[in-house]
Design a protein around this ligand. Structure first.
Ligand SMILES: [Fe+2]
Ligand SMILES: [Fe+2]
Length: 222
């Protein structure tokens, strides 16, 4: 009997599923190994509704996204670096600066701003170190065809992805799903928006690494 379709497999075969899963708060990067039916059940969503929304989402785009599971690994690595790492290197300092500013101006009105500052600052430190390791050690190893020997580093990257996922969940909880309070100024609103966008980008980024790049590399794929 075929094993049930996992959340990660759905996103791999249908890259547009990212938008649908995010809408229903279904974790597809670190929690991607769960069967899709189980994840839907927990989100109180029928599989039929999910697939209907996915088909509607796919119909909105004439050119489907690249199937990264079918592309050579060096191409996938270039894509990860250009599409996710480079923007993150500039987005993290921007978000940190914005969070510091909102804390200075409004920190006395809402204690959550200080908590967000701590979580974001730790997350940014961790992500910067994490990307450095991927860029300097792991990606070159995989790109040169030695990925099957990278079990140790890959395990470390998985643990760090889990930790980033934890920080994102904490920020989403703390901000009531990034709903700005009525009195929030423009910068405050922009901070919540920026954090929500960071979440979406990181989920898509980690999905490509956890569910496509690393497993293929460990299997000796090229
Ligand atoms: Fe990465
Ligand atoms: Fe990573």
């Amino acid at each position: 009997m075929d094993s049930p379709l996992t959340v990660a497999a759905l996103v791999t075969q249908h890259p547009r599923a990212v938008a649908v899963l995010q809408r229903h708060l279904i974790d597809f990067c670190c929690g991607g190994a769960r069967p899709l039916a189980e994840a839907c059940g927990r989100a109180n969503l029928s599989l039929e509704t999910l697939m209907d929304e996915l088909h509607a989402e796919e119909a909105r785009f004439t050119s489907p996204d690249t199937r990264w599971d079918l592309e050579p690994l060096p191409r996938l690595i270039t894509h990860l670096l250009e599409r996710y790492h480079a923007p993150l290197w500039s987005e993290l300092p921007r978000l940190r600066a914005m969070a510091t500013k909102v804390l200075r101006v409004h920190g006395d009105k809402d204690a959550r701003i200080a908590e967000i500052n701590v979580i974001l600052s730790d997350l940014a430190d961790e992500l910067e170190q994490h990307m450095r390791k991927e860029e300097q050690v792991l990606f070159p190893m995989i790109g040169s065809g030695r990925g099957s020997a990278a079990g140790g580093p890959v395990a470390v990257m998985h643990a760090e992805h889990d930790s980033a996922g934890e920080a994102l969940r904490a920020m989403r909880r703390l901000t009531d799903g990034y709903t700005p309070p009525a009195e929030a100024c423009g910068t405050w609103r922009a901070l919540w928006q920026g954090l929500e966008a960071l979440e979406a980008e990181l989920h898509a980024h980690i999905h490509l690494e956890n569910n496509i790049l690393f497993p293929r590399a460990l299997r000796g794929g090229r």
